[in-house]
Design a protein around this ligand. Structure first.
Ligand code: IPE
Ligand code: IPE
Ligand code: MG
Length: 252
């Protein structure tokens, strides 16, 4: 039986973020080049998007390429960019059909022009969709995003349209690239590393973290449901005591 039937449909995380790690090791273990691992990883992306649609996740953010990944060998970067373009090309019709709205976060400036054009085309073509919002974190770094938000605030203060005394958690968040997105309730990292690698630092302040040894190309729908089930067993206390939460529940 699929774990999908065990999940509580009333407690599906609205926003799930994933650090899709382990493509390279998956391929090397099989005696292949790392590039093949990225190709296999693209199939896992499709599975997780499908699963999100099936259970009604509203936002799915996928760490696709970090600012630090630009330091990888040129041959790997070129292959990842080509794969990205090819994947968007082959998936765009299904994204449209399945009511998926595509967005990106990150610094698009260093991306190859053809990749940028393809992505912009897909973003425009899916902009009216209202089902799942799929956010690709591409050339993304959370510290860079925070520094950029600070620069934007500084500019608005200089122009006199924003006052320093108005900087709050909410107004700061409006200057991040994730401004219009709710914070993720659940962050999943595959590939057995226990770190955040400069992903969504501000936004995951109170996310539930789920780490699995499974390498990204092996991650399938059941693994995804397993992570959600694990999330559903947790008590999100936000600094309160367990007793306080039980009392609040009884009042409601
Ligand atoms: C994640 O897999 C994909 C990207 C970072 C683009 P990796 O390529 O980091 O795979 P490992 O961690 O080396 O196995
Ligand atoms: C994080 O994985 C970036 C993506 C999944 C896109 P990395 O493999 O680049 O992270 P580190 O090097 O293990 O921190
Ligand atoms: Mg890695």
């Amino acid at each position: 039986m699929s774990l999908k039937n065990v999940i509580n449909k009333d407690n599906i995380p609205c926003h799930i973020a994933i650090i899709m790690d382990g493509n390279g090791r998956w391929a090397i273990k099989r005696g292949n080049s790392r590039i093949l691992g990225h190709k296999a990883g693209a199939i896992s992306v499709r599975k997780v998007v499908e699963a999100s649609l099936e259970i009604g996740v509203k936002y799915l953010t996928l760490y696709t390429f970090s600012t630090e990944n630009w330091e990888r060998p040129k041959i790997e970067i070129t292959a990842i960019m080509a794969l990205l373009e090819a994947t968007i090309n082959s998936e765009i019709e299904d994204l449209k059909k399945n009511n998926v709205k595509l967005l990106t976060i990150g610094d698009s400036a260093p991306l190859p022009i053809n990749v940028m054009e393809k992505i912009n085309y897909a973003i425009n073509a899916t902009s009216e969709n209202t089902g799942l919002t799929l956010i690709l974190a591409l050339s993304y770094g959370a510290k860079q995003d925070i520094a950029n938000a600070m620069r934007l605030i500084g500019k608005d203060v200089e122009k006199g349209i924003f006052s320093i005394s108005n900087i709050s958690i909410d107004t700061f968040g409006k200057y991040l690239s994730t401004a219009n997105l709710p914070d993720p309730e659940l962050l999943i990292r595959t590939g057995g590393e226990y770190r955040i690698s400069n992903f969504l630092l501000w936004e995951i302040a109170y996310s539930e973290l789920y780490f699995t040894e499974t390498l990204w190309p092996d991650f399938d729908k059941e693994d995804f449901y397993k992570a959600i089930l694990n999330y559903q067993k947790r008590e999100r206390r936000y600094g309160k005591t367990s007793n306080q939460l039980t009392k609040m529940k009884n009042i409601i």
